[in-house]
Design a protein around this ligand. Structure first.
Ligand SMILES: Nc1ncnc2c1ncn2[C@@H]1O[C@H](COP(=O)(O)OP(=O)(O)OP(=O)(O)O)[C@@H](O)[C@H]1O
Length: 255
């Protein structure tokens, strides 16, 4: 469980986040939505420990995020962001192995290598394990990054935290849905807490259990998907009229 209490963040006089209170439960697909510039990535950075808030506190379970060492944090939480460049030539399996760096010193153990193989199998990239990472397409690179971050927190039996900042960038529609399904499957482990940012409101409607709608650095609405994705909330946040229809008991938006 992640608890965010009274988080504020400002740069000089610009307030990026203002009085953010939220909780993100394990075993649920928690998604943050909101228009460009609303503060979604900034909140993800603060929750993952990449940015220090100006105000407020983040807890993983009962533990204040500030009390983790960098290495301990890296063993518990992984972050997938949209920046997927690699500055030197590596084969795909070597990129995935980077996810295990917080877990070994010197040489990877057999367990590390097995985990990398399992993660590559899970994300269906084993066929190009020996390829030069830079030769892959944008979508293929993104799948390699998924395998890397999951290899980082693969082991069950302890609380783990996964942050996904616009993970669907570069993926075609097949892999967008496939990836959301894969995260859903991973959530059968109720020690895994996932918080993701997505722009596609229909993907949020289909897969999100709990949504947080951000606007101007604040939480405009939060809770169960159907209660957040209302025409009123969508118009207030995105300045666009939407009709909500229901398909298989899930809301679907028409614009
Ligand atoms: N270093 C910075 N200096 C000044 N303003 C910043 C800085 N970093 C972010 N911002 C501003 O803070 C606001 C929130 O940015 P953030 O990236 O969190 O938004 P977002 O909701 O993730 O947006 P998007 O959907 O476009 O990715 C934006 O207006 C952005 O321009």
């Amino acid at each position: 469980m992640i608890h965010v209490t009274d988080i504020g963040f400002k740069i000089e006089d610009k307030i990026l986040l203002d009085h953010i209170d939220a909780s993100f439960a394990p075993g649920k697909f928690n998604l943050i939505i909101g228009p460009n510039g609303a503060g979604k990535s900034t909140l993800i950075k603060i929750m993952s420990g990449a940015l220090m808030p100006t105000h407020g506190v983040v807890h993983y379970g009962q533990t204040n995020l500030k009390s983790y060492s960098q290495q301990e944090l890296a063993r518990h939480r992984a972050v997938l962001s949209q920046h997927i460049e690699c500055s030197f030539p590596l084969q795909v399996w070597e990129v995935v192995l980077m996810g295990r760096y917080p877990h070994f010193t010197g040489k990877p153990t057999t367990k590390d290598l097995t985990i990398c193989q399992d993660a590559m199998d899970y994300f269906e990239i084993t066929d190009f394990a020996e390829r030069n990472y830079e030769s892959l397409s944008g979508g293929e690179k993104q799948r390699v990054q998924f395998a890397k971050v999951m290899a980082q927190i693969w082991e069950k039996g302890k609380p783990r935290y996964l942050f996904l900042d616009e993970p669907l960038t570069f993926l075609d529609v097949h892999y967008q849905y496939r990836f959301m399904e894969m995260v859903r499957e991973l959530l059968s482990d109720d020690e895994l807490t996932v918080v993701g940012v997505v722009h596609d409101l229909n993907l949020a409607a289909k897969y999100g259990d709990q949504l947080v709608l951000m606007l101007n650095g604040q939480i405009a609405a939060s809770g169960e998907t159907a209660n957040v994705l209302t025409p009123e909330n969508i118009e207030a946040a995105y300045k666009i009229k939407a009709t909500v229809v229901y398909h298989n008991n899930a809301p679907y938006l028409l614009f």
